[in-house]
Structure formats: structure tokens, C-alpha cells
Design a protein around this ligand. Sequence first.
Ligand code: PHE
Length: 339
Amino acid sequence: MIDDIKKHLEKVAQFEAATAEEVENFRISYLGRKGILNDFFTAFREVPKDQKKQYGQQVNALKQAAEEKWNEQKEKLAASEETAGVYGDLSRPGEPYHVGSRHPISLVTNKIIDIFSRIGFNVSEGPEIEDDWHNFTALNLPEYHPARDMQDTFFVQKDPDVLLRTHTSSVQVRYMENNKPPIRTISPGRVYRNEAISARSHCFFHQVEGLYVDKGVSFADLKQTLQFFTTEMFGKSKIRLRPSYFPFTEPSAEVDVYWGLETETDYKMTKGTGWLEIMGCGMVDPNVLKNCNIDPEEYSGFAFGMGIDRIALLLHQIPDIRMLSENDVRFLDQFKNAF
Ligand code: PHE
């Protein structure tokens, strides 16, 4: 009998529970009403007198050990449940952290801003809903001027004075009205034109326009600045300026960059010429300076403007401009590693 108790003492000492159920089973088998201890207590009557003392001590020792063990295991389990609530299962593999991606329009805009900021241009912004003065009249496009038809305008309600800006040149007017030369600023933003939507054009798109006004600014400065830009932006330094017309610049030019004819895409994009048209530019018309309270006798300036969307299509090989505004995450996710 005594040996039996000793065996149980050892068992109790070694007991470790992994679950609450095991703890409960332990309690039932030792401390329960029909448990092992109860059997030992019942057997007390049959123990020979001379052994009663020792037997009693041993049973009491077993009872104490079982109770202590039970309490200890209960506490241990409760503690581990608490940490599980806070940290979950610490051995579980990590969950991937979803990182967003920048929109290709933002990628291209940021790159352009970065390039021009290195040569002293700041960034200016203005409203997308404009008035006639800032979008047209101040830019040397008075009412009934035929060149207004160059850009099909969306008007807001029936008021011809409230419209969606057709270019960010309106921001340049605002900037000149509020700042004195020297002015070096680029104006990125969304613009709207009532054009048929297709793979190549949309009724809203994005532009970055640039403006430099100071004493003695020349056409040579313009060309040099644009060449710096195309070299940094595309790694292409060969450009040409074709005479063109814009009401707000005189002289005006269209800027082509020599893209090359190395691949089939080059052929397609440049229609077999190797040259790609990327922006319009020119010397700011003296009338525009005057409209913005800048003396054209003292100051001159150049301006340029380009569409971001087509550049984004070009640089990221996107086949359709509409993909830029469809918000399809399968498309957008592909720009995770782009910058
Ligand atoms: N504002 C013109 C456009 O939207 C671009 C431009 C800007 C041309 C500045 C010349 C000078 O097409």
C-alpha cells in the first residue's frame, strides 16, 4: 500500500497538462469523490495498527501534492490563455503586409517634379473649376477668339464664366498674379476637354505646365531647359522644335524627342519616323504678361506644357489610356515596384 502511494506521489509530481480537460481529469481521478485519494482513505481502516501513522502521513502528503499540482496547472493554463488572447499563436507564420502602389500618373508626375525642382522650379496648384479669365482671356484668348475652339470646353451649368479648366496654364496666370519675377514654377494637375473617349484620348487627363519669367529669358534658355528635361526623363537628348501656334506664346513650338527606331514599338509609337511629339512650348506672349501685371518691357519668359497620361502609357507600356481611370487593382498592383 505504502509503495502504491509512493508511485502516485511520483506520478503527481511529473504530471503536466496541456489542456483544461486534462487538468479536470486529473482533479477527478485524484481528488474526486470516487477518486484515488478517496480509495486510500477508505482503506485506512484495514491498515495494521503499527503502520497507521506512516500510512496516514503518506496519504496526507499525496493529497497535498495533488491539490498543489491541480492549482498550479490551472494557473499555468489560464496564464497561457491570456497571452494567446493578446498575441495569438506566436508560432504561426507571419501574415503578408499589404503594401499599396502608386498610380502611374503619380509616378510620372513625381518624376517630372523631381527633375524640374533640381533646376529651381517650385510646384504650384490651382482649382479645377476655373473662370473664363484664368483659363482663356488672360491667356490672350479673348471672347470669340477662334482659338478657343482648339480646346472643347466643359462648362459648369449654363454659366459660360464657370468651366472645367482645359489646361493648367490657368494656374500659371494665377501664379503670375500673385508672385513677382523671377518666377520658376511647374503646375501639375487634372484637366478636362470634351473629346471622344478612345484608347488614346480621354475627356480628362493630366498635365504639367512650366513657366519661367525673369529679365532676359530667351528662346535658347527654353531649348536648353527642355533638353535637360528629356535627357533626365527619358535618357534622350536629341530634340527638335517645330514651329506651331498657341495664343499665349509667341513664337510657339511643338517639341519632338528622338526616340529611335530600335524596336517594333518604337516604329509604332513614332509612326516610323523615330520622332515623338511630347509637348508644346513658346515664349510667353507680352499680352499675357501685361494681363498679369508684369511689365513685358522689363521681363520675358518661356512656358511649356505636356500631357502626363501619354507619357505614362509610353514609359509603362500601357496599351489603353482608359486603364488609368478604371481603378482595377489588378492593373494598379503592377506598379508596386515602379518609381
Ligand atoms: N496649354 C497648352 C495645351 O494645353 C500647352 C502649352 C503650354 C503650350 C505652354 C505652350 C506653352 O495644349
